[in-house]
Write a protein that binds this ligand. Structure first.
Ligand SMILES: Nc1ncnc2c1ncn2[C@@H]1O[C@H](COP(=O)(O)OP(=O)(O)O)[C@@H](O)[C@H]1O
Ligand SMILES: [Mg+2]
Length: 170
């Protein structure tokens, strides 16, 4: 099975995937895969991030199994997408702690508040292949338990809705 573990930067992809790896899951860190193979199309100067070759990474996903980790992994040909979610204000604090500049923090917090990744994932894969895990009030190990439960089909995710948070901004 091919599973995308995705989410806005700061929602916990790297932290949770390290735990999943320790629990025996095969984890593919797509940023590393792309960098090692020079599957880089360029640099997004405005965002200060690399533009990866999604076509090549799509081939990589077709030839492998396991958990594919990146904030763009839902754009690839996977069987299941798990989107990590975090309350926008908590996400803001995590990104501040990471030293992101204000423009980058805003972009990511807004994307999270608008459920951008989930919308993209549903559009591409259909609602029944997309699940969310809200990590806001969980510790990483418990969040990893939730991800495993979804992978094993033991529970459906619950849809996150930050609309109330957005309304509170106005
Ligand atoms: N339930 C949780 N799951 C994952 N990370 C959490 C959780 N609660 C707090 N965190 C913290 O949030 C940060 C997430 O960062 P990281 O795993 O690098 O995210 P990403 O890879 O999605 O950018 C870490 O500092 C982690 O310790
Ligand atoms: Mg990461």
């Amino acid at each position: 099975m091919k599973i995308a573990l995705t989410g806005t930067p700061g929602t916990g992809k790297s932290t949770i995937s390290r735990i999943l790896e320790k629990r025996g899951f095969r984890v593919h860190r797509l940023d590393e895969v792309a960098r090692e193979r020079a599957w880089i199309l360029g640099v997004d100067e405005e965002r200060g991030s690399l533009i990866v070759d999604l076509e090549r990474l799509g081939e990589y996903v077709r030839e492998n199994e396991g958990i594919f980790v990146a904030h763009y992994s839902h754009l690839l040909p996977v069987d299941l997408v798990i989107v990590l979610r975090t309350h926008p204000e908590v996400l803001r604090r995590r990104l501040e702690a990471r030293g992101f500049d204000e423009a980058k923090i805003r972009e990511n917090v807004e994307a999270e508040a608008m459920s951008l990744i989930t919308s993209e994932a549903i559009e591409l894969h259909g609602r029944e292949r997309v699940q969310e895990v809200d990590t806001t009030n969980l510790d990483p190990a418990t969040a990893a338990d939730e991800v495993v439960a979804i992978i094993k089909g033991r529970r459906p995710g619950a849809w996150v809705d930050w609309t109330e948070v957005i309304l509170g901004w106005y």
